[in-house]
Design a protein around this ligand. Structure first.
Ligand code: SF4
Length: 455
């Protein structure tokens, strides 16, 4: 894949830091991007999405399960170059998906290269992803995936996941990610920022920062200047003019330094921070840090700095050895912590996880009972928090408008697919998907809000 100069090779940017072959079994795609900067934006978006879905990006033909050739068809010489590139990819790899400007002429391409797997036209990035999913199926795994369970549903064009690193250096006993994805390997900040800039230039209004361990970003760089590069990255992303939402923030002490950026409005006042449990003994058996009481102090300090912060977390109930007293501590802790959003999982063994070998596994009916009690409390907290928003004015991002004119939106407190929504039932004429509008909240439910536009 030698067609592009190195600074126009989206596949080269991550290679500078993320060394080593894709993990065993990881579906892997190669990309040849020809043509103009607009085509490059499409290539970046395709790679961004594939990376977020768990695909590896191969810098060479041999390591790829299939190759996407993003073509140019502007001049005859460009057409010839595109056909050559497709031919080279077919010879070197054999499984080729064609997209880009020349893709507008599928018959012309197939005439020269009948063996290609699929052809899509310029800026049809959703269709390219569909073709990739058919050619090299993703391997969704609820235990290691970063995207919500809705899986590989395509992201609307006004928000995009932005993957900043791969792997994790922790050893939580219930988790197999470090075995599957390896140790932390952070993408260079310039590559992440360039990708983010291109996304914003192409109309993305919200960047969802993901990785297995977002707050550890850059701590694997031996020659780093900053102790915690995530702080600089968050600040730089915050300058781009889009909403920036941080996911999977492991509870390190330096996370508190992100909060002023949220208070300043650079980063959304939203933190997705998995606590998993609150009882110190359960956390110890999980090989997780932090005692619940210290975490409560930390949460209070975050709220003092940024009163609007929305806290989302996930928990595991029924972990091996969890006693009723430990579980009750978690419930009491939740009462005090008053988190805005929570997800809760009933513990289950995952092949290869060290927690499988722990003694005193909890009976299924006990797990279910604890899950029910946990969710009942979490729901009551969510309901009360949302009720307090009635009468407030807030900015929302429109995700969808149906044929009846009902707009499905999200406030700054709602991440797509995992949190609630704000619905606007009337007065949506003239609004479009991707618009940011101000609404006044007039009704609240258990997880969702309703409002009317305020113009
Ligand atoms: S920090 Fe997250 S990804 Fe890393 S081992 Fe623990 S649960 Fe797994």
């Amino acid at each position: 894949m030698s067609q592009n100069p190195p600074d126009l090779r989206p596949d080269l940017a991550p290679r500078a830091r993320i060394t080593g072959a894709p993990r065993s079994g990881q579906p892997t795609i190669g990309m040849v991007s020809l043509g103009c900067p607009k085509a490059l934006v499409d290539s970046e978006r395709i790679l961004t999405r594939l990376r977020a879905e768990g695909y590896g990006i191969s810098p060479d033909y041999t390591g790829a399960d299939a190759v996407i050739v993003n073509t140019c068809g502007f001049l005859d010489s460009a057409k010839a170059e595109s056909l050559d590139a497709i031919g080279e990819a077919l010879t070197e790899n054999g499984r080729v998906i064609v997209t880009g400007c020349l893709g507008a002429e599928p018959d012309y391409i197939r005439e020269h290269h009948p063996r290609i797997l699929a052809v899509t036209g310029p800026h049809q990035y959703e269709q390219v992803l569909d073709a990739v999913h058919v050619a090299v199926p993703p391997s969704p795994d609820p235990f290691i995936d970063l995207l919500p369970a809705a899986g590989v549903k395509l992201t609307p064009r006004h928000y995009s996941y932005l993957k900043i690193s791969e792997g994790c250096n922790h050893k939580c006993k219930f988790c197999i990610i470090p075995d599957m994805r390896g140790r932390l390997a952070s993408r260079p900040a310039r590559a992440v920022l360039r990708e983010a800039e291109k996304l914003v230039e192409s109309g993305v209004k919200e960047l969802l920062v993901i990785s297995q361990d977002t707050s550890a970003y850059g701590t694997d760089w031996k020659d780093r200047e900053a102790k915690f590069p995530i702080l600089d990255l968050a600040r730089d992303l915050g300058q781009l003019g889009a909403w920036v939402r941080m996911h999977y923030v492991y509870p390190y002490p330096h996370v508190r330094e992100l909060i002023p950026l949220m208070a300043e409005g650079l980063v959304l006042p939203y933190m997705d921070i998995p606590f998993q449990h609150a009882h110190p003994d359960t956390l110890r058996r999980m090989a997780r840090p932090a005692a619940g009481s210290r975490t409560l102090d930390e949460i209070a300090a975050w709220r003092a700095t940024c009163p609007d912060i929305t806290l989302r977390s996930t928990f595991i109930v029924g972990y091996p050895g969890e006693t009723e007293e430990e579980f009750q501590t978690l419930l009491d802790w939740l009462d005090e912590a008053q988190l805005d959003r929570v997800g809760c999982f009933k513990y289950e063994n995952v092949e290869g996880a060290r927690s499988n070998a722990l003694p005193d596994h909890v009976a299924e009916e006990v797990k279910q009972d604890r899950w029910d009690r946990f969710m009942e409390k979490a729901q009551a907290i969510s309901e009360a928090k949302l009720a307090a928003k009635v009468g407030l004015r807030m900015e929302v991002l429109i995700d969808d408008i149906d044929e009846d004119g009902i707009a499905t939106c999200r406030t700054k407190s709602d991440a797509p697919e995992i949190d609630g929504n704000l619905f606007i039932d009337e007065g949506t004429e003239g609004l479009s998907v991707g618009d940011l509008v101000t609404v006044e909240v007039d009704e609240a439910g258990e997880y969702d809000l309703w409002g009317r536009t305020h113009r």
